[in-house]
Design a protein around this ligand. Structure first.
Ligand code: RB5
Length: 145
């Protein structure tokens, strides 16, 4: 079964979301786009909540893009079981999977260029949770939600 990446953005993240969706598809992911599909001004929490709900259901990993990635990560992290990581570098993207078991990647389209964003997404998708001592720590995150 193909792995799924559930993606969402506001107007500020639309272009980068499309570029990153193509990167994910090239990596073999089935990309499910929950909007926006317009450059009209819109509200990022609407898309963060859609994607976070799908990830919490177990539909796949998530990708959220807005201007800074900040609002998306704040909204997505309100959902129990969702661990959204705002990443602006490749090392953090890898570690968010290996140590934090992040299941949503947030990227700021006004912060990182498309080349770096693609490398961040590739790092996020190509690393797995290491478990072990990190399991207990992630459980403690979930215990507070
Ligand atoms: C939209 O102007 C902007 O506020 C939004 O994309 C995001 O950066 C919020 O965190």
């Amino acid at each position: 079964m193909a792995k799924s990446l559930i993606v969402g953005s506001d107007h500020a993240g639309l272009g980068l979301k499309r570029e990153l969706s193509a990167v994910a598809a090239d990596l073999g992911y089935e990309v499910v786009d929950l909007g926006t599909d317009s450059s009209d001004s819109t509200d990022y929490p609407d898309y963060a909540h859609r994607v976070a709900s799908a990830v919490a259901r177990g539909d796949g990993l998530g990708l959220l893009v807005c201007g800074t990635g900040i609002g998306m990560s704040m909204a997505a992290n309100r959902h129990p079981g969702v661990r959204a990581a705002l990443c602006g570098d490749v090392f953090s993207a890898s570690m968010s999977r290996q140590h934090n078991d992040a299941n949503v990647l947030c990227v700021g389209a006004r912060v990182v260029g498309p080349g770096l964003a693609a490398a961040i997404l590739e790092a996020f998708l190509s690393h797995d949770f290491e478990g072990g001592r990190h399991e207990r720590r992630v459980e403690k995150i979930e215990a507070s939600s």
